[in-house]
Design a protein around this ligand. Structure first.
Ligand SMILES: NC(=O)c1ccc[n+]([C@@H]2O[C@H](COP(=O)([O-])OP(=O)(O)OC[C@H]3O[C@@H](n4cnc5c(N)ncnc54)[C@H](OP(=O)(O)O)[C@@H]3O)[C@@H](O)[C@H]2O)c1
Length: 230
């Protein structure tokens, strides 16, 4: 069945690969990012918008009226900022883009979806959501909040016919991950196939690759012991 999809953060990386995959399937895509569409002026509808701007909730409301209703929203936008002391000036901005804008987006979509009795929100989180990262604490904290919020909302909204999927990726080959070692890194095309699969299966959570998830779980336990001993 052809879907109408609002795809936020689709000018680059995983979002651009998902855009290409959806267009190839014949789905209708409305993209959003600060840069133009990854498919150029002849590609699907694209809205240039900074989702951390104060006017974003109002603009989203107008977009939902003019371009909606949407069957699905896929939230791929994020930024990462390495922390170099003593400069903490970008920390709050990372939380605004990665977490607060996602909460605004779901808040805009939910009333219409409750009225229709259906809707699907897919959010791209990270296996790093369960990890204390001293090099990029705002990124991992934003993803911890992101995953926690989406799973709570998935349980809350399921009885209303609304599905929410939290996807936790490991390393994907985009400009975002800054680590010097990126084990089990996947291509954006492979990541897009997982996102497309979730359109059909609608799980509450998908974590891939599983092996990296287990390793990070172990690292988190060692970090917790260190915190506890301190
Ligand atoms: N790559 C990885 O290793 C990895 C691993 C785990 C999870 N993830 C998650 O997967 C998602 C996609 O990541 P990616 O690697 O594809 O990142 P990316 O290549 O850097 O793409 C990020 C997208 O977000 C958009 N964006 C950023 N700030 C924005 C803003 N203020 N307003 C509107 N759009 C904004 C960017 O477009 P503009 O710059 O044009 O605005 C771009 O299209 C993110 O949620 C990320 O946390 C990625």
């Amino acid at each position: 069945m052809i879907q109408k999809v609002l795809l936020i953060g689709n000018s680059d990386g995983i979002g651009a690969a998902v855009t290409r995959a959806l267009v190839a399937r014949g789905d209708q895509v409305v993209g959003m990012s600060r840069s133009p569409s990854p498919l150029g002026p002849h590609g699907p509808t694209h809205i240039v918008q900074d989702i951390s701007a104060p006017d974003y909730p109002d603009k989203l409301g107008r977009i939902l009226v003019e371009e909606g209703p949407f069957d699905t929203c896929i939230f791929c936008a994020a930024i990462g900022s390495g922390l170099t002391l003593p400069d903490l000036s970008q920390e709050a901005h990372v939380i605004e883009v990665n977490f607060t804008a996602m909460v605004h987006t779901l808040a805009g979509l939910t009333p219409g979806w409750i009225e229709q009795g259906r809707g699907h929100f897919i959010g791209l989180s990270s296996l790093a959501d369960d990890f204390y990262n001293t090099d990029a604490p705002s990124y991992t904290a934003s993803k911890a909040g992101f995953s926690n919020y989406l799973i709570a909302m998935a349980l809350k909204l399921k009885p209303k016919g609304i599905h929410i999927t939290n996807i936790r990726f490991g390393y994907v080959d985009t400009k975002l991950p800054k680590a010097s070692w990126k084990p089990l890194m996947m291509t954006t095309e492979k990541a897009a196939t997982y996102v497309i699969q979730c359109l059909k299966t609608q799980p509450i959570q998908l974590s891939v690759p599983k092996l990296l998830g287990f390793v990070l779980y172990g690292v988190r336990w060692m970090q917790s012991i260190r915190v506890w001993l301190s």
